[in-house]
Design a binder for this molecule. Structure first.
Ligand SMILES: [Zn+2]
Length: 460
C-alpha cells in the first residue's frame, strides 16, 4: 500500500488533512517549476495578438510538434515530412494497444495520467514535464481572467475517494488542504441523508471558487432549493470539469451560488483546449492544438466528431486522435464581443456514446434527452438506460411534485424524441449510483453497433 493510501485509510482526519496539504503543495511546486512561468507569459502575450500573428504561431507549433513526433515516436516515424491531413486517424483502441510504440518517453521520465475510458478500460498516458507545465500555465491563466489564483478559497468536487464509512456517520464529507485553502468534497455521497453535512461544510467554508463535476454541484444545489435554503455567501465562479455542462446545471448552479459558470474542454488524454470567455462563448485555443470536425465519412464538416492534434502531448503524441466528442462550430462570420479572434464553438457534446438510439429518429443526443425535463415538475435527476433498440428504462429521483400528470408529461417528451416505437419505462428510485470514476452518466447506452444496424435494417 502506498504511503498516501495508508494515510487516507488509517490516520485521523486532522492527520489526513495535514498529509493532503503537504502532498498538494508538493504537486503544485512540481507543476509550477521549469517552464510554467514562461508559458504563463506566452499565453498572456498571445491573448491580444492579431489574427495573423496567431495563425503564424499556430503553424509553428504544429510544425514543431509533427517534426518532434515523427522523430521520437516509432509509431509515427514513417510519416515524417507529411502534412497533417495525410496522417492516419488514431483510434482509441490503437492508442490502448500500441501505447509502447506511440509514446516517446518512459514512465519514469514523465508524469503518468490515468483516464477512465468509456468502455471501462483505463488508459495510461505519459506527459513530458514541460507539456504538463504548459497545460497548467494555460489553465491558471484562463482562470485568472475570473480573478482566481492559487491560495483563493476553493471548494473542489472531484472523483477522488476521500471519505470512509465511519466518516459519513460523523458527517465528515470532506478533507481540507490548509496550506492552499482547498476543501475537497467527496462526490460519492451527495444524497438526501448526507445533505445537511455537505451544506454545513460548504456554508462554513465560504469558498470564492468551485471546481469539479457539474452534476455533483447541481445535485447539491437542487437539494438546497427543495429545502428553500438560501446561500448567504457569493461564489465568484464555478469551473466545471470532466462532464458536459447541461443547460439546467448552468441555470440552477448560478442561481443558488450567484456565480458565473465558466466551462472548459480539455480531456485528460491531453486534448487541446476550448475555453469559455467572459462573454459566454466557447473559444478554441489555436496555440494548444488542432480540432478537425468531421462527418460520419470522416470528411470536414461544421458539426460532428472531432479529431484532435494536441501540441502538449510530446510524451504520448496525439495526432488526429478520435477522442469521441462532438462539437458544432459557429459560423465563420461570427465575432465574439470579447474581441478574441479565436474560433468559436456553438456547443460541445460529450462522448459520442452518450446517446439513445431511436429506430425512427437515429441518434438522440444528450442535450435533447436532458431537455425532456424542461416542462416537468419535480425531477431531481434521472438516468436513461438502453439495452435494446425498442425500449428504454428511466430511473428517476424525484420529489412529491412529480405527480402522475408530471410523469406523463415526462414520458410524452421522451416519446416525442425517441419515437413511438420505443417503449419508455419509468422507475422511481431513491438514488442513482455514479460510475466508479465518480462521474454521473445521464445516459447509459448498452446497445452494440451491430444491434443498431440490424434495428435500422429491419426498419428499411
Ligand atoms: Zn469571446
Amino acid at each position: 500500500m502506498a504511503l498516501k493510501d495508508f494515510i487516507l485509510k488509517y490516520a485521523p482526519i486532522v492527520g489526513q488533512n495535514i498529509g493532503i496539504s503537504l502532498y498538494n503543495t508538493f504537486l503544485y511546486k512540481q507543476r509550477h517549476k521549469g517552464h510554467y512561468k514562461a508559458y504563463g507569459d506566452y499565453y498572456r502575450r498571445f491573448e491580444n495578438a492579431s489574427e495573423q500573428e496567431i495563425a503564424h504561431e499556430a503553424q509553428n507549433r504544429l510544425d514543431e510538434f509533427l517534426q518532434s513526433t515523427t522523430q521520437n515516436s516509432p509509431w509515427y516515424r514513417k510519416h515524417r515530412g507529411k502534412p497533417l491531413h495525410e496522417f492516419p486517424i488514431l483510434e482509441k483502441a490503437q492508442l490502448l494497444a500500441h501505447m509502447d510504440t506511440i509514446r516517446t518517453i518512459e514512465e519514469k521520465e514523465g508524469i503518468v495520467s490515468l483516464t477512465g475510458g468509456t468502455t471501462g478500460a483505463s488508459m495510461k498516458v505519459i506527459y513530458a514535464h514541460k507539456d504538463m507545465q504548459e497545460r497548467f500555465a494555460l489553465k491558471d491563466h484562463f482562470r485568472a481572467r475570473y480573478g482566481y489564483r492559487l491560495g483563493k478559497k476553493v471548494a473542489w468536487f472531484s472523483g477522488k475517494s476521500l471519505v470512509r464509512p465511519q466518516d459519513l456517520e460523523n458527517g465528515n464529507v470532506f478533507r481540507d488542504d490548509y496550506i492552499n485553502k482547498i476543501r475537497f468534497f467527496s462526490t460519492f455521497h451527495i444524497s438526501q441523508q448526507n445533505f445537511d453535512a455537505y451544506w454545513r461544510a460548504f456554508c462554513s467554508f465560504k469558498p470564492e471558487y468551485i471546481v469539479g463535476f457539474p452534476s455533483s454541484v447541481y445535485d447539491l444545489c437542487t437539494m438546497a432549493q427543495e429545502r428553500n435554503l438560501k446561500y448567504d455567501g457569493k461564489v465568484t465562479a464555478f469551473f466545471p470539469t470532466a462532464e458536459t455542462v447541461l443547460p439546467q446545471y448552468r441555470s440552477v448552479i448560478s442561481e443558488v451560488f450567484g456565480c458565473q459558470v465558466v466551462d472548459q474542454y480539455a480531456a485528460s488524454e491531453g486534448a487541446p483546449f476550448i475555453l469559455e470567455c467572459p462573454h459566454g462563448s466557447l473559444h478554441i485555443h489555436p496555440l494548444t492544438g488542432v480540432f478537425e470536425v468531421v462527418d460520419e465519412n470522416m470528411q470536414p464538416a461544421d458539426e460532428g466528431e472531432i479529431l484532435v492534434t494536441s501540441f502538449t502531448t510530446h510524451g504520448t503524441p496525439l495526432v488526429r486522435y478520435r477522442i469521441g466528442d462532438r462539437i458544432k462550430l459557429a459560423p465563420e462570420s461570427f465575432r465574439c464581443a470579447c474581441g478574441s479572434s479565436f474560433p468559436v464553438v456553438e456547443y460541445i457534446d460529450g462522448r459520442t456514446s452518450d446517446f439513445i438510439w431511436s429506430p425512427e429518429n437515429g441518434k438522440v443526443n444528450l442535450g435533447n434527452i436532458s431537455n425532456c425535463t424542461k416542462d416537468v415538475d419535480g425531477i431531481i435527476c434521472f438516468q436513461v438506460m438502453q439495452k435494446e433498440a425498442h425500449a428504454v428504462h428511466i430511473a428517476v429521483v424525484a420529489n412529491a411534485r412529480f405527480t402522475r400528470d408530471q410523469q406523463q408529461n415526462f414520458i410524452d417528451a421522451m416519446t416525442l424524441r425517441l419515437g413511438t416505437s420505443v417503449t419508455v419505462q419509468l422507475d422511481l428510485v431513491d438514488e442513482i449510483p455514479r460510475e466508479p470514476s465518480g462521474k454521473f452518466r445521464l445516459v447509459k447506452n448498452m446497445l452494440t453497433s451491430d444491434l443498431m444496424q440490424s434495428a435500422s435494417m429491419q426498419r428499411s
